[in-house]
Ligand binder design. Structure first.
Ligand code: ADP
Ligand code: MG
Length: 267
């Protein structure tokens, strides 16, 4: 869609979990791609100084000078910080080298928790339907900025023994953000990642998570799939690398669930 006179606002989702390696970036890249494939316009914000989402989309180093750091510092408007990706309808604000210092620098700035909210305000009326924010593996100021700017949080949980460890800390952080900055912040959903059907533990963890979070857990489970882990080294979302693999199918299904969920909420 082309935005429209009403100044339609995008739906902003923070993909967060302070644990590293649980599938945040993989979910950001591939959910964004699957959403874009349904003809909605998607923007990814790479908020992790490691820049894995930018790498996963094949964004060259030189193209990262206009990055999330400059967006947060107010140095660049969103319209200039967002660059197209190889996926039609999908753009990204990449993470450059300076983002590593942002956490420290932000501490001393005014309204330090609301820098991203302010920057993303420009997306309203710009024709963007979804903004997915790929958070770093920490609950510092960068993730707080994402939680303050977002309508909802999507939490990837890896199907392994300590999946729920640290979740209460994340939930408390969400509560605090609700209390101080963003009362309407919702839980978009929990997505189980790296599910291994040959491993009984995966099943046990999945059951555990479902009994804890109930219907907040998506029916779609992302399988552990070698194609998913290979795709980033080719600078491609798995949907462009191997659209028929189990990982691609799962992310397409997850996008479908999210869109239906969104329609139901809007109705
Ligand atoms: P995070 O962003 O939470 O740190 P990543 O998305 O980078 O986690 O995933 C951690 C590692 O696991 C990466 O090497 C990624 O390629 C791999 N990975 C993620 N999801 C899958 C999957 N479904 N199947 C196989 N490997 C995966
Ligand atoms: Mg990551």
């Amino acid at each position: 869609g082309a935005g429209g006179p009403a100044g339609r606002a995008p739906h902003i989702i923070a993909i967060a979990n302070q644990k590293g390696g649980v599938g945040k970036t993989t979910t950001a890249i591939n959910l964004a791609t699957a959403l874009a494939a349904t003809k909605v316009r998607v923007l990814v914000i790479d908020l992790d100084p490691q820049g894995n989402a930018s790498t996963g989309f094949g964004i060259a180093r030189e193209a990262r000078r206009q990055d999330t750091y400059r967006l947060l510092s107010g140095d660049l408007p969103l319209s200039q910080a967002a660059i197209p990706t190889q996926v039609p309808g999908l753009s990204i604000v990449p993470a450059g080298v300076d983002l590593a210092g942002a956490e420290v620098e932000l501490v001393a700035t005014e309204q330090r928790e609301q820098r991203l909210t302010e920057a993303l305000g420009a997306a309203t009326g710009a024709g963007v339907d979804y903004i997915l924010i790929d958070c770093p593996p920490a609950l510092g100021l960068l993730t707080i900025n994402a939680l303050v700017a977002a309508h909802a949080v999507l939490i990837p949980l890896q199907c392994e023994f300590f999946a729920l460890e640290g979740i209460s800390h994340l939930m408390r952080t969400i509560e605090r953000v609700r209390g101080r900055f963003n009362p309407a912040l919702a839980i978009q959903g929990i997505v189980l990642t790296m599910f291994d059907k040959r491993n009984n533990l995966s099943d046990m963890v999945a059951q555990d998570v479902r009994s804890y979070f109930g219907d907040k857990v998506y029916r779609t489970v992302i399988p552990r799939n070698v194609r998913v882990s290979e795709a980033p080294s080719h600078g491609k979302p798995v949907l462009l690398y191997d659209v028929g693999c189990a990982g691609s199918k799962a992310y397409i299904q997850l996008a479908g669930e999210l869109i239906r969920q969104h329609r139901t909420l809007a109705a």
